[in-house]
Design a protein. Structure first.
Length: 379
């Protein structure tokens, strides 16, 4: 059943799926690669500090084998010898421990990066189910792990057998010379053996790292239905999107009505269209539309304009063209400059006539290219 479900997962995992897996502590990890890095770091530290390690070993031997007459009768001899030997031993193992610790911390960054998940620390008692455990053993992942273990055993065993056979004469010579020479030769053999062991483990770890990355991606794959559900969840339901759109429209209209009192003129198509224009020759290159609407919204624009004594100019073709071509907050297109200029000139003359008590001018009848009205040509 699980294999069938995995076969249905044909889609690559989404970023959300990978992020959720990471939060659960599910990231690709290779114990073989980490082990190889730790071994190689330790061997490198052992080889690079071999001379100093020899000096520390000699000091430990001196502490245990050479005493003065006064030291033999001193009451603090055991403690002094113990602390001295501990200090020398720390000098031997500190570089190795530091190198292996850094390698252990750096290894996870090569595959999956550093990651801490509190959820991964929570106990999961279903892992104690023996039946489920048997199922995992015979699953593809369990078989791969078994194959890797057998491969490691075979490769490392063959390498160690070959080393013992090739180095047998050198190993027999370690006890025939001086103590210092024997220790140096033993450390050299140990370093070379550790280096070969680390290289073999590194080769296995490199292959394992590629497999772990592939297996992690395979386990995180999604079905087409899961991908659609996640997309729907991230985008939101149609009802929610409609509600958000409605709220956005309401907020946009509210801001538009707040800007409307700044208009210089409202061009109308008596009942259907209303477009409010603002122009400041000191700050604007061309007049811009600060409000527009049709039907009910057009009526509201006319009412607000009337309450603020903003002139209404009836020019149906121009009103429809402005509504079709210009968004709120945008300047009118160059193709409507002449028509809009006629309206603004009329508004200026109208204000002058009212101020001086003379006969107002005739309203303009600006000509507009019918193609600029778009779908509103016949409104």
């Amino acid at each position: 059943m699980a294999d069938q479900e995995q076969e249905d997962r044909t889609e690559q995992p989404s970023e959300k799926r990978l992020r959720e897996a990471r939060e659960k502590g599910d990231v690709p990890r290779s114990r073989d690669l980490s082990g190889a890095m730790v071994v190689l770091a330790g061997v490198a530290a052992l080889i690079s500090t071999g001379h100093d390690a020899m000096e520390h070993v000699r000091s430990i031997y001196r502490l245990g084998l050479s005493y003065s007459r006064d030291a033999l009768f001193a009451g603090n001899l055991p403690g002094r010898v113990w602390f001295g030997a501990l200090h020398e031993a720390l000098g031997i193992f500190t570089p190795i421990a530091a190198a292996t610790l850094l390698a252990a911390l750096a290894a996870p960054t090569l595959l999956g990066g550093l990651n801490f998940s509190a959820e991964a620390l929570q106990p999961k008692f279903e892992r104690l189910d023996p039946i489920a455990g048997l199922g995992k053993i015979f699953a593809m992942r369990g078989l791969v792990e078994l194959g890797k273990s057998l491969l490691k055993l075979a490769l490392i065993g063959i390498a160690l057998i070959a080393l013992i056979r090739n180095w047998q004469p050198e190993m027999m010579q370690t006890g025939r010379g001086s103590v210092g020479a024997g220790i140096a030769q033993s450390l050299g053999l140990l370093g070379r053996a550790g280096l070969i062991f680390g290289v073999m483990l590194g080769l296995i770890g490199g292959v394992d790292a590629l497999w772990q990355r592939f297996d992690h991606n395979r386990r995180q794959r999604m079905t087409k239905q899961e991908l659609r559900d996640e997309h729907k969840e991230s985008e939101g339901s149609p009802e929610m999107k409609g509600r958000i759109r409605q709220v956005q429209i309401q907020m946009s209209r509210r801001r538009m009505m707040q800007e409307l009192p700044k208009a210089d003129v409202v061009v109308v198509n008596p009942t259907h269209f209303a477009v409010a224009l603002q122009y400041d020759d000191g700050r604007m290159r061309a007049p811009k539309v600060i409000a527009k609407g049709v039907d009910v919204l057009a009526m509201q624009i006319r009412q607000v304009a009337g309450s603020h004594r903003i002139p209404l100019v009836e020019a149906p073709p121009l009103a429809r063209a402005l509504y079709a071509t210009t968004d709120i907050g945008r300047e009118v297109p160059a193709s409507l400059y002449v028509a809009v200029a006629q309206v603004l000139a009329y508004v200026y003359q109208l204000k002058q006539a009212v101020a001086h008590g003379v006969t107002p001018p005739e309203p303009p009848r600006p000509e507009v290219d019918p193609d600029l009205m778009g779908p509103y040509r016949d409104n």
